[in-house]
Design a protein around this ligand. Structure first.
Ligand code: FEO
Length: 396
């Protein structure tokens, strides 16, 4: 069994998941996902993270093949979420003498998930581990994505093992390094992965990036997606921009519509945005597009315009669900416009206004409310809302 050597004596032993429909049982995986694990051969042998339990058989075979009869000395656990820690118990059964390297938070989770309490080697911020010619260093990165997350750095080869950071959805179909593949689809899926999984943790990501800025890093080994080398700076800049909640010039229009009347308002707003020079306009019917993709666009673009019919004196349920996901992620600094409709009693507009207030977002343009079908004055008001958003974006 062949495993790619991605740097001197550093082998990729991760796996591809082409079966799971939903990551975390929430987020669609049309192109699957990889669980990356790396095996370092020096005087000591060191595995960095494992894989989802569903793939432990192939993972253990790959690991044994690279070890080629050598014992496994260390397992470094950068992240305990089960997509990476799921195979630890089986690994320990196969290599009972392996010492597990983590921090105090890692070990609490290791006991909770796997009942493992012995053979542990605890590290703290800045600690090192000599494994032969290399002295690995550890940096804590709490809340990038869980509290126990840490990064491992190899100063000799200038490789960073970054847990989920810089990860993407998408399987690795042959190529592992970014030099071997077309990266555009992975960069796109990096946005969606970030928005879905890491989006709430912008400040911790910024802190981690500041820590990394002091290191000379030539290769980034994330736990998902390609190994970054040639395009490393691009991957880091995407993370930097997203974690500062900097949006590009553009507008996401997210709307619910039962019979198309609210949708006509959205169409008018989009028309006015384009007429006034905005090229990045994405319209999402929240009943049709999974929230995973809408969140990606909310993180990508500076403008968000939301529309909702009044439904049982509330927001349209799918729109409400989307707004809740945005609120959980504490997305900052968006320009917000909104519109709504009703048949006999309107409630959506005041709920959208309350959402904007909770988010502390700037409201742009006059909110538009429509009773029953679209009339000329409502149509004109929608055009005015689209123009106001376009003008505001052009001012920035
Ligand atoms: Fe890929 Fe937070 O686990």
């Amino acid at each position: 069994m062949k495993s790619k050597e991605i740097a001197n004596n550093l082998f990729y032993v991760g796996v591809n998941d082409r079966q799971k429909e939903l990551f975390e049982n929430l987020w669609p995986l049309p192109s699957g996902v990889s669980y990356n694990s790396y095996l370092l051969l020096d005087d000591k042998t060191v595995l960095i993270d494992t894989v989802d339990i569903c793939y432990s058989d192939i993972f253990l075979k790959k690991t044994a093949s690279v070890l080629n009869g050598r014992p496994l000395d260390y397992l470094i656990v950068n992240h305990m979420e089960p997509d990476h820690s799921g195979s630890i118990r089986l690994l320990r059964q196969q290599y009972p003498d392996v010492r597990i390297v983590g921090n105090s938070k890692t070990f609490g989770m290791l006991e909770g998930y796997h009942g493992i309490t012995s053979g542990l080697h605890e590290v703290k911020e800045g600690d090192t581990l000599q494994v032969g010619s290399r002295e690995l260093r550890f940096y804590m990165a709490p809340m990038v994505h869980w509290p126990e997350v840490m990064f491992t750095y190899d100063p000799k080869e200038k490789v960073l093992f970054s847990a989920d950071a810089f990860g993407t959805y998408g399987t690795l179909d042959g190529g592992i390094l970014d030099t071997e593949i077309h990266i555009a689809p992975f960069l796109e899926e990096m946005l969606r992965y970030y928005a879905n999984i890491v989006g709430k943790y912008g400040n911790p990501v910024q802190k981690a990036l500041q820590k990394l800025s002091a290191l000379d890093i030539r290769t980034i080994c994330s736990t998902h997606g390609p190994v970054w080398r040639e395009h490393l700076a691009k991957a880091v800049s995407v993370y930097d921009r997203l974690s500062r909640y900097e949006g590009e010039e553009g507008v996401t229009i997210a709307y619910g519509s039962m019979y198309g009347h609210t949708e006509q308002m959205a169409e008018a707003i989009a028309y006015a945005l384009a007429e006034n020079g905005i090229k990045n306009i994405v319209m999402h019917n929240v009943s049709k597009t999974h929230a995973s993709y809408i969140l990606r666009d909310v993180f990508r673009y500076k403008g968000l315009i939301a529309g909702s019919p009044t439904y049982s004196n509330q927001l349209f349920p799918e729109l409400e669900s989307l707004l809740s996901k945005i609120e959980i992620r504490e997305v900052k600094k968006r320009l917000f416009g909104y519109f709504g409709s009703f048949t006999w009693a309107g409630a959506s507009l005041k709920r959208l206004a309350a959402f904007a207030e909770r988010m502390n977002w700037e409201v742009v343009g006059e909110p538009v409310e429509q009773k029953q079908g679209l009339k000329n004055d409502t149509y004109e008001a929608c055009l005015a809302l689209g123009k106001a958003m376009a003008d505001k974006l052009k001012e920035l």
